[in-house]
Design a binder for this molecule. Structure first.
Ligand code: SAM
Length: 279
């Protein structure tokens, strides 16, 4: 095996989802650096691989990084794996990859499963442009601020979410992006209780509220980006705008509804002008 740092993707549930090349690399390298050695030991055992394992995670003391950097500079071949999927994708490894490159060590990707890409492949939402957002902040205020920053994004959005937060998170998305925005919930991908559910954000809020099982396991949320055709103003939004405009200036009413529904303020304002013109 040529020396270097091999960044190896591993299964996200189904053990069969590992490439032949990943197995060859894991078998042939001098050392496997793993986020959790006990977890990765089970994977290696399943494939009769007895390469030595060492712990490496983002909170490792700088000693762990230095030891790996030293081995690499001595010509070792090291495979980096995380607990599941592709290392560095909401997983440890960035500091080690940077360090290796700074030392002139070759870094070799060994691609394979990634929950975000698997989710996109089955979400039924546009994939020509997407934006990976990883985990949203756990606290509601910070989460809503982040969502507001994303509400005008036209690319499809991909989020990782913890099961105990999925209901609150979907409710916040419905508040900020508008209840009618389309989204998909993908749970336990490649595992026994795999679920793929596409609908409006309002319908997904109801779906997870009605079934405890939908708040268990591992979850990816894929949310359609803001599209001009989604911005077509429905009758409920139009009614709301007209009620608000009776109480405040049109620009203010448009701004409030824009924030609430995730529709461009300019479109709402133009809608109000058109209504005024009609009467
Ligand atoms: N590096 C991994 C990858 O390539 O997808 C992601 C690691 S991140 C710490 C773990 C998160 O990924 C989970 O909380 C969940 O949001 C998502 N995830 C991982 N496996 C999944 C699966 N089988 N089904 C759905 N989501 C999954």
């Amino acid at each position: 095996m040529d020396s270097g740092l091999y960044v190896v993707a591993t299964p996200i549930g189904n053990l069969g989802d590992i490439t032949q090349r990943a197995l060859d690399v894991l078998r042939s390298v001098d050392l496997v650096a793993a986020e959790d050695t006990r977890h990765s030991a089970r994977l290696l055992q399943a494939y009769d691989i007895d390469t030595p394992l060492t712990a490496y995670h983002e909170h490792s003391d700088s000693g762990a990084l230095e030891r790996l950097a030293q081995r690499l500079s001595e010509g070792a071949s090291i495979a980096l794996v995380s607990d599941a999927g592709t290392p560095l994708i909401s997983d440890p490894g960035y500091r080690l990859v940077r360090r290796a490159q700074e030392q002139g060590i070759v870094v070799i990707p060994v691609p394979g499963p990634c929950a975000a890409v698997a989710a996109l492949s089955a979400a039924g939402l546009p994939t020509d442009r997407f934006r990976f957002e990883g985990f949203l902040p756990a606290k509601q205020g910070a989460r809503c601020n982040r969502l507001r920053e994303l509400s005008r994004e036209s690319a499809t959005l991909v989020f990782y979410e913890a099961p105990h937060r999925v209901q609150d998170c979907l409710a916040d998305m419905a508040d900020v992006f508008g209840e009618a925005r389309e989204a998909s919930l993908l749970r336990e991908i490649t595992k026994a209780f795999e679920t793929v559910r596409r609908g409006t954000l309002a319908s997904l809020v109801q779906f997870v509220a009605a079934d405890d099982n939908q708040r268990r396991g591992e979850i990816v949320l894929v949310v359609a980006g803001l599209r001009e055709q989604q911005s077509v103003i429905d009758s409920e939004t139009s009614d709301l705008l007209q009620r608000l405009v009776a109480e405040m200036p049109a620009k203010r009413a448009a701004a409030l509804v824009a924030q609430w529904k995730g529709i461009r303020k300019k479109l709402l304002y133009e809608h109000l002008l058109a209504l005024k013109h009609d009467t």
